[in-house]
Design a protein around this ligand. Structure first.
Ligand SMILES: Cc1cc2nc3c(=O)[nH]c(=O)nc-3n(C[C@H](O)[C@H](O)[C@H](O)COP(=O)(O)OP(=O)(O)OC[C@H]3O[C@@H](n4cnc5c(N)ncnc54)[C@H](O)[C@@H]3O)c2cc1C
Length: 302
């Protein structure tokens, strides 16, 4: 595999913008696709060279969740993130972090602002999610109020500092939208885990933007073979539980008897659902199974 040192030089310290004033940038990288191959060949022996080329080996390792070779490469980023988003980010414990101290230094004078068209309604079904955009007139008012709140809380913060209040106490009423900065170092195994969770549509849009930027702008060029396998098996892949396989088998068996061709209707799906779902009016597992079958072209979206 070709060396990626020229690419690293090109990417290092390049700020990729996220939100109104956030960014991610690569500080350092250790290893590339070949580091994973090199580590794996220690455990599997030189013989593997004969049966699989580097790409095939990486794809095999990722497919079968042989994780330790992916811990042999690391990246270090500098990130600038609003504190509410950082609160979700920092839950990923398998990383090394050093964050800007607002006890030691004056808090960064920048808060995440929301464009008028970017306010989202509460999702109806998913209690953790967002729904449709709010009307722009409502958004304009919310954005104006947001600006007022940010300006006012900053003014109070600076008044406290001017009055001699300690920075560690003065900061307590700054909004969660205030940006923080941190160095974040993580190995590729744990980074892929972070990206799989935080690029997923279930993650909040703001952290999804950061994860997608890291993935597309930094990981993809630096680790092209790993990225391809990650997209094929992790982001673009899907698993079928024992229960879901049972549903598909019964669906196909009924179809063979009736002679119907796919896509089948919801009544066909409900007729072959798992027995444990029968008494449930709402069942998330059944909904997820239905979605998978729609994606596979076995069911119609109704
Ligand atoms: C869509 C979404 C919604 C979420 N909602 C909530 C919520 O409502 N409330 C909430 O509190 N959190 C929530 N989270 C956070 C989530 O529960 C995890 O804390 C977060 O995603 C970090 O995942 P992790 O622990 O796998 O990652 P890491 O901390 O990076 O750990 C990686 C892996 O290392 C192993 N590991 C790490 N630490 C330990 C340990 N101490 N013991 C054993 N194994 C360990 C585990 O295998 C783990 O998967 C949400 C996350 C997502 C993506």
């Amino acid at each position: 595999m070709p060396s990626n040192s020229a690419l690293v030089d090109e990417l290092r310290w390049k700020k990729f913008s996220v939100l109104n004033d956030g960014f991610v940038c690569l500080v350092d990288v250790m290893g590339d696709d070949s580091s994973i191959v090199q580590a794996a060949r220690v455990s599997y022996g030189e013989g593997t060279k004969k049966v699989s080329d580097d790409r095939t080996l990486i794809r095999y390792l990722l497919r079968h969740r042989h994780t330790t070779p992916f811990e042999m490469a690391e990246i270090k980023l500098l990130v600038r993130v609003p504190m509410d988003c950082w609160r979700q980010w920092i839950r990923h414990r398998m990383a090394n972090v050093n964050e800007y101290s607002t006890r030691y230094s004056v808090a960064i004078d920048s808060a995440q602002s929301t464009p008028a068209e970017s306010w989202r309604t509460q999702a109806e079904l998913n209690r953790q999610g967002s729904g449709l955009p709010l009307p722009t007139e409502t958004g304009e008012q919310l954005t104006a109020e947001e600006r007022h709140l940010h300006d006012e809380s900053r003014r109070i913060y600076e008044t406290r500092l001017a009055a001699g209040v300690a920075r560690e106490q003065a900061r307590k009423d700054l909004p969660l939208a205030t940006y923080t900065e941190a160095y974040w170092k993580i190995d590729i195994h744990n980074l892929l885990h972070f990206l799989a969770l935080r690029m997923d549509p279930h993650a909040q849009e703001e952290i999804r933007l950061y994860a997608t930027t890291i993935g597309q702008q930094i990981v993809r060029p630096l680790f092209p073979v790993i990225w391809e396998a990650f997209e094929d098996y992790r982001m673009g892949g899907s698993s079928l539980s024992r229960i879901e396989q049972g549903v598909i088998r019964r669906l196909m068996s009924n179809a063979a008897t009736s002679g119907k061709a796919p896509p089948y209707g919801n009544e066909d799906f409900m007729a072959v659902q798992d027995s444990t779902w029968l008494d449930l009016t709402r069942c998330r597992e059944r909904d997820e199974c239905r979605d998978k079958l729609i994606d596979l072209g076995l069911l119609r979206r109704e």
